[in-house]
Write a protein that binds this ligand. Structure first.
Ligand code: DAH
Length: 347
């Protein structure tokens, strides 16, 4: 009897229960009324009295072992019951849908990244500004049209038409941050200022009353227009790829002299001329120039010793060119079908 118990114990231990069918087989074979353990219990009465004690102990142990094994596997398999045989266990889990960055943020971060690599710091200024920082210190004439309420959102305007240094307004460009930086710091200054700007414009595919700019400013000794051009070329190549071409056109801004506008070749038509580039093959990307000595002096920088360049880039414009989007309003409507198309490597 004892040998038979040992044999059965080994069988119970070795029995592999890998599924519900085998679990049932196990139960029938060992634990059911007609199972081998019950059969042994039946034979117990024939065991000689002197062996009863030891045999009984082993027999109970065997029953316990089989019962525990049965319960343990039943629990495990009932947990796995939800997994049917059709379930493909190699299938990836449901993806966690992380949000995507807004295209304007993507470009903003890329611009910051590119200029950071060239040693530019990032500085910021207020969106609600005074007349001085947005216009006067930037060499805007008293009667410049930008000072008109038609173009600028005023929060507080002292007198009718005349501008006043205390007038409070929403900044119309990030060039105001140039002034704030120059007031605080002495050259060498090398900084970019990304931010929102506001203009009193009717909203259309090409214009909006709120948009984003990145201002750039570099002031040191012997800074030249060639430095400006090379910096902008590097920037354009980094943002748009090595095949990009740039062109600088003479222009006018009150705060730079000489001034220029930079175009890049139109990627929508490959330079052939299309409706977006109005048949020219070129698209305007930014304004730039050498900081006017009047501005340097107004901000407390010695214009005899230092020269500098500045530029101002529209982020929506850069994003439109990069992504081939031809309606500015899409950036503000937050239509999920539009936004979902953008992916960023920057988290
Ligand atoms: N502030 C100009 C604008 O909003 C852009 C600009 C042009 C900025 C020339 C500059 C610059 O710093 O040098 O249109």
């Amino acid at each position: 009897m004892i040998a038979r118990i040992a044999e059965l114990r080994k069988d119970v231990e070795d029995f592999q229960i890998s599924g519900a069918d085998l679990l049932e087989q196990f139960r029938i074979r060992y634990l059911s009324k007609k199972g081998s353990i019950s059969t042994l219990f039946e034979g117990f009465r024939n065991v000689p009295p002197e062996e009863k004690r030891e045999t009984g102990r082993l027999l109970n142990e065997l029953k316990q072992l089989a019962t525990d094994k049965y319960n343990e596997h039943r629990e495990r398999l009932s947990f796995a019951e939800t997994v049917t045989s059709e379930t493909d266990l190699s299938r990836p889990a449901w993806p966690l849908r992380a949000g995507t960055r807004h295209p304007i943020s993507i470009i903003r971060y890329q611009v910051i990244d590119i200029f950071s690599r060239m040693g530019f710091t990032v500085s910021e200024g207020p969106e609600i500004e005074d007349d001085n920082h947005v216009f006067t210190l930037l060499n805007f004439a008293r009667d410049h049209p930008a000072r008109d309420m038609q173009d600028t959102f005023f929060i507080r305007k002292s007198s009718g038409v005349e501008s006043h240094p205390d007038d409070v307004l929403l900044r119309t460009h990030t060039s105001s941050v140039q002034v704030r930086v120059m007031e605080k710091e002495q050259p060498p200054i090398r900084t970019i200022s990304p931010g929102r700007v506001f203009r009193n414009e009717a909203v259309s595919a090409r214009a909006h009353c709120i948009f984003h700019q990145v201002e750039g400013l570099y002031i040191a000794e012997n800074v030249s227009f060639a430095d400006l051009r090379q910096t902008l070329l590097y920037f354009a190549v980094e943002l748009f790829g090595k095949d990009v071409r740039i062109r600088l056109r003479p222009s006018y801004f009150p705060f730079t002299e000489p001034s220029a506008e930079m175009d890049i070749n139109c990627n929508l038509c490959g330079g052939e001329g299309c409706s977006v580039c109005k048949g020219t093959g070129w698209l305007e990307l930014l304004g730039c120039g050498m900081v006017d000595p009047n501005v340097l002096e107004a901000c407390g920088i010695d214009s005899e010793k230092y020269t500098g360049y500045a530029f101002g880039l529209g982020i929506e414009r850069a994003a439109m060119l990069k992504y081939g989007v031809n309606d500015l309003r899409l950036y503000f409507e937050n239509d999920i079908r539009f936004l979902n198309q953008f992916r960023s490597e920057i988290l």
